[in-house]
Design a protein around this ligand. Structure first.
Ligand code: UDP
Ligand code: MG
Length: 333
């Protein structure tokens, strides 16, 4: 990016996008206005997370008018965190901002984040949502539950209501890249690093266009990844349930003996069924919990990449065409 002898600060803005064709033009216009007004040279790393709509085409079209726009296309949809990972791994700036494509995070805040990071020498500046009144009731309630749980697990280092809109220094990005996480959840990993950090507040706006790309299944997966990547506490539930079950059993044995000696021999079908079902459910629950962790170990031992790059506009090389070779004629990599 900067080729001058004197080093100017460089900024990368990573934008994960999944089926965002409608919002891209508005997003690009607003973002560009902000970035062109900064005293840094920048790149915008748009990560197309295997979209099935015209996202890729819209991005490539925009590139003609916006040279700082860099397009990375993933071969398949890997999810928000995978797209973020691809963007973080490939970005080159001294500072890297990650921001959603749907304008729920105001791009204007990037200037404040950068100013704060530079003036106070911070490694991380979190965007903190102080107002979610435009989110749906369901989103707000699940968010309250999620952030409360996460603070319980990751400790109070995690700022309240900080999502994936944040600025990271190069050192921080490199530290994240060096982590061997297979299912990284950055909103937990970044606070875990504990590098010098600050926060800027903003009110969460309504999604500019389209519908959420985070259906319940993806939300549950994020929550499961968040918990299992940071705490083994759920495994202890098994121990507690086992102890509780043991206590109940002792009570039942006493009851059975008393009934036996008192000569009250009721058939007892219902109580037996209940006990059996209860124990069966507890065992399945504990097995499921173990499975979650074993699954993570399994995934980690396989070490499969989270994403596959199909195209990176910064690596674009035009191959000269040979006139008598119809296969390579007009092809570019
Ligand atoms: N996103 C992505 N891959 C996915 C789902 C979402 O890259 O599989 C992107 C999406 O395009 C957006 C960001 O992640 O830029 C946040 O998604 P969204 O706004 O739909 O989530 P919400 O704000 O509703 O939680
Ligand atoms: Mg959104």
């Amino acid at each position: 990016m900067s080729t001058t002898a004197e080093h100017t600060t460089t900024l990368s803005v990573v934008v994960p996008m999944y089926n965002e064709e409608a919002v891209i033009p508005i997003m690009a216009e607003r973002l560009r206005k902000v970035l062109d007004g900064l005293d840094v040279s920048y790149e915008v790393v748009a990560v197309d997370d295997g979209s099935t709509d015209a996202t890729a085409a819209v991005l490539v079209g925009l590139r003609r008018y916006w040279p700082q726009l860099r397009v990375i296309r993933l071969r398949r949809n890997g999810g928000h965190q995978a797209a973020l990972t691809a963007g973080l791994h490939r970005s080159v700036g001294d500072y890297v901002v990650s921001i959603d494509a749907d304008l729920q995070d105001p791009p204007e805040l990037i200037k404040d984040m950068l100013d704060m990071a530079r003036s106070q020498n911070l490694d991380i500046v979190y965007g903190v949502r102080n107002d979610r009144s435009t989110d749906t009731m369901f989103k707000r309630w699940t968010a309250v539950g999620y952030y409360r749980m996460m603070r319980g697990i990751a400790g109070n280092r995690m700022p309240h209501n900080a999502g994936d809109f944040r600025l990271l220094s190069r050192v921080t990005v490199d530290a994240l890249r060096a982590l061997p996480e297979q299912q990284p959840v950055y909103r937990l990993l970044v606070p875990w690093l504990g590098f010098p950090s600050g926060t800027v507040e903003y009110s969460r706006e309504r999604r500019a266009v389209g519908v959420t790309k985070y259906p319940l299944t993806k939300m549950v997966r994020l929550a499961a990844d968040s918990v299992t990547s940071f705490s083994a506490a759920p495994l202890r539930i098994a121990t507690w349930l086992g102890l509780a079950g043991f206590a109940v059993c002792i009570g039942l044995v006493v009851w059975v003996l008393v009934a036996y000696f008192a000569g009250v021999t009721v058939p007892g079908w219902a109580s037996l069924s209940v006990v059996l079902l209860f124990l069966g459910a507890v065992q399945l629950l504990c097995l499921g919990l173990l499975g979650e962790y074993v699954g993570r170990i399994f995934a980690a031992s396989q070490g499969r990449p989270m994403f596959f790059i199909a195209y990176d506009s910064s690596e674009e090389v035009v191959v000269p065409a040979f006139e008598d070779d119809p296969v390579s004629a007009g092809q570019s990599r």
